[in-house]
Design a protein around this ligand. Structure first.
Ligand code: AR6
Length: 169
């Protein structure tokens, strides 16, 4: 059975060890999924994030989950889409790899990802989904400690793209 699952949901409601946040490099909150996670986790999340001194694009940092059902939040900073010639795909791939590694280091066995960079950062959704699925699949070949990876889509467009791509696996 595949460890990869697809769900259309608000990521803040998921009961997994860790949820991933599509943050910005200040790690001081924002709109979209970032805003939803900060609202649901409560103000202690921002206080912990401020102590982290930001995060470069393509990297990831971990905090407690506070009021969330998830034990942890991994904050990763996806690339802003500038047309594709500015290493955007490599940076997005790095977000998935670094987040998965951090989850393993913190003994997490289940993780949920939002569709990083596909909102206000404008990364093309189909390309982003291909990168996300490829990176997760590759990681799972060599890392057996993660038993569940949830792709959590909020908008129907992303959900149907993932459904079509995952059906082909
Ligand atoms: N649960 C799951 N997914 C969600 C939720 C939710 N509650 N809300 C939105 N999405 P975006 P980005 C989806 O814009 O493109 C923030 O202001 C949404 O449908 O949240 O990486 C940060 O602070 C989309 O598919 O993140 C940064 O400044 C996906 O989340 C900037 O936005 C990502 O959309 C990051 O931009």
């Amino acid at each position: 059975m595949s460890a990869i699952e697809l769900i259309q949901s608000d990521i803040t409601q998921l009961e997994v060890d860790v949820i991933v946040n599509a943050a910005n490099s200040t790690l001081r909150g924002g709109g979209g999924v970032d805003g939803a996670i900060h609202r649901a986790a409560g103000p202690r999340l921002l206080a912990e994030c401020i102590k982290l001194n930001g995060c470069p694009t393509g990297e990831a940092k971990i905090t407690d989950g506070f009021n969330l059902k998830a034990r942890f939040v991994i904050h990763t900073v996806g690339p802003i889409w500038y047309g594709g010639d500015s290493h955007e795909s490599d940076q997005l791939a790095s977000c998935y790899r670094k987040s998965l590694s951090l989850a393993v280091e913190n003994n997490c066995t289940s993780i949920a990802f939002p569709n990083i960079s596909t909102g206000v950062y404008d990364f093309p959704k189909e390309l982003a989904a291909n990168i996300a699925i490829r990176e997760v699949q590759t990681f799972l070949v060599t890392n057996k400690s993660i038993s569940k990876v949830l792709f959590c889509c909020f908008d129907s467009e992303n959900y149907f793209i993932y459904q079509r791509l995952l059906d082909k696996l």
